[in-house]
Design a protein around this ligand. Structure first.
Ligand SMILES: [Fe+2]
Ligand SMILES: [Fe+2]
Length: 203
């Protein structure tokens, strides 16, 4: 077995796990969303980042599953109640904005004085919907399924303090943390997944 075939097998199993979880929510429109993910996007082969965590094929799906597990663990640790379907929807779909967003580009580099060509992930600077990261995810999700308010808050603020710099964003973020502690725990789950559970692949 090669490394590539092992990774392909992991990706296949993770896709299966992802779809079982998503279907278990029985949310209106979920089959249409699944059809979109499987047939009109690169969701299950996309990386989670171009240069950072899980920058390999299948990295995005794996990232979402990691966030799901960390989020569930943090909610249990802090005794915060949140409907299981909301945990699943928020975790598995928070980065939907990364669908059809990463492209593999050829680059050249000199190694020991010899030029070589290699492939590197880059990003689509012209996504279909000209909205920032979190808002773009919400827009995609809501075109298929309804979102509960708490899910929208969790996804909107999932970048935590890195999601916006203006004074009002910071104030509203604090208010959201105070009123909906799951919003803070989700930011922590996303960050833990990216920095502790996931690796950066040398390109
Ligand atoms: Fe994100
Ligand atoms: Fe994320």
């Amino acid at each position: 077995m090669t490394i590539d075939s092992i990774r392909a097998e992991i990706n296949r199993a993770q896709k299966e796990e992802f779809l079982v979880l998503l279907r278990s929510t029985e949310r209106d429109g979920i089959e249409k969303l699944i059809d979109y993910l499987e047939n009109k996007t690169d969701f299950f082969s996309a990386p989670a980042a171009s240069k950072f965590h899980n920058n390999f094929e299948g990295g995005l799906c794996e990232h979402c599953l990691n966030v799901y597990k960390n989020f569930k663990g943090l909610l249990a640790m802090k005794n915060i109640e949140l409907d299981e379907s909301s945990v699943i929807i928020s975790a598995l779909l928070h980065d939907l904005c990364k669908c059809n967003y990463y492209l593999k580009e050829e680059r050249n580099r000199k190694v020991d004085g010899v030029w070589e060509t290699y492939l590197q992930w880059s990003t689509n600077k012209q996504p279909d919907i000209p909205l920032p990261h979190s808002s773009r995810s919400i827009k995609y999700i809501k075109s298929f399924i309804p979102l509960k308010f708490v899910e929208e808050l969790i996804i909107f603020y999932h970048m935590g303090p890195f999601g916006g710099e203006d004074y009002e964003y910071r104030n509203m973020l604090q208010l959201a943390y105070e009123r909906y502690p799951a919003v803070l725990l989700f930011y922590l789950a996303d960050t833990m997944s990216s920095y502790i559970d996931e690796k950066i692949l040398e390109q």
